[in-house]
Design a protein around this ligand. Structure first.
Ligand code: DGY
Length: 322
């Protein structure tokens, strides 16, 4: 029997609740082995389905967009970031694209604070020492780190995630400064100090946290020139995208002492990261898990399905980008 339900390919293994709801409402092709799909597989599947629900691990660049099948009508991303999609090229093909904003702000802010604390208080080094059985002495001069409480936090990109990070940081009595394309209303700013340029923010920030999308404008915004603007012994945190940071310049800034430490959940090369980083004790790293909580995975999956439901019932999806 031919199904009248839209055919949906879910490219990666999602939460059980998400997959159950998808199977209730769509004719679903799952990926139980959770394999990353090649470009040829994406192109092949696009000829067989009406919708794809991908993650940021699948690329829909201009070359892929040009090869997508005519049947495919919508790409409902399971991510807030859409730097893996060439929106203009997909729009030219008449393909609707959505994302999942809002629902991952709390989880990502949690990981941001974890990175900030872990970098400042040398968590990676301390964990390794105990774990490896090499913790053989203690003294007041042992593993001294940088206190977070009362310091100045510079947030680059005061969108939803940036604002939750600001709220959590206030719990540590941090003075919140920010740079954003536009200044926020006082109700959203909540006393944070606005800087109309990145340079101005960096010169004031003992801690810097990046919360802007990867784009041609933000590409390697942290580079040799901008690292030099920071006060000595600053701490950089990135739970956004690896493309925002020139990783060679980051290593130089750590080696010169301009930066005391870095906390990274995102890398230029993912999965995998940067092997040079593993040689530094003052980098605290996580494998791109900012949104990886049970609650948020359900919320992201449901938000992507909400967008599909709207699309296939003739309404505009709330998170339509093109
Ligand atoms: C996002 O939603 O952009 C996260 O990085 C996970 O993909």
């Amino acid at each position: 029997m031919v199904s009248s339900r839209p055919r949906l390919w879910i490219t990666r293994r999602l939460s059980a609740n998400t997959e159950a709801r998808a199977m209730r409402d769509y004719d679903v092709v799952l990926n139980p082995d959770d394999q990353v799909s090649s470009v040829d597989r994406i192109v092949e599947m696009s000829q067989q389905v009406d919708a794809i629900l991908p993650c940021h691990s699948e690329s829909f660049n201009a070359e892929v967009a040009a090869r997508l099948g005519m049947r495919l009508k919508i790409i409902a991303n399971h991510s807030v970031g859409v730097d893996h999609c060439d929106l203009e090229a997909l729009a030219r093909r008449g393909i609707t694209v959505t994302n999942t904003p809002d629902v991952l702000s709390d989880a990502t802010a949690e990981v941001t604070l974890l990175l900030l604390l872990g970098a400042a208080r040398r968590a990676a080094q301390g964990d390794r020492l105990v774990r490896d059985g090499r913790w053989d002495s203690w003294s007041p001069s042992f593993m001294v780190g940088h206190q977070v409480t009362g310091k100045t936090l510079g947030i680059v990109g005061m969108g939803k995630v940036g604002r939750v990070v600001a709220d959590r940081a206030r719990g540590f009595d941090m003075a919140v400064h920010y740079h954003n394309r536009t200044r926020l209303d006082p109700g959203l700013e909540r006393g944070a100090v606005y800087h109309d340029s990145l340079d101005s923010l960096l010169s004031a920030a003992q801690f810097v946290s990046l919360h802007c999308p990867a784009s041609p404008e933000s590409h390697e915004m942290m580079n040799a020139r901008t690292f030099a603007l920071l006060p000595d012994n600053a701490v950089l945190v990135n739970a956004s995208r690896g493309a925002l940071v020139d990783e060679d310049a980051l290593l130089d800034a750590l080696d010169s002492g301009k930066l005391a430490a870095a906390g990274l959940d995102c890398f230029r090369q993912e999965p995998g990261g940067n092997p040079e980083f593993s040689r530094r004790d003052n980098i605290f790293m996580l494998p791109h898990i900012g949104s990886a909580t049970f609650e948020t995975r359900d919320a992201m999956g449901f938000r992507a399905l909400d967008n599909l439901d709207a699309f296939f019932s003739g309404r505009t999806p709330q998170d339509r980008l093109v």
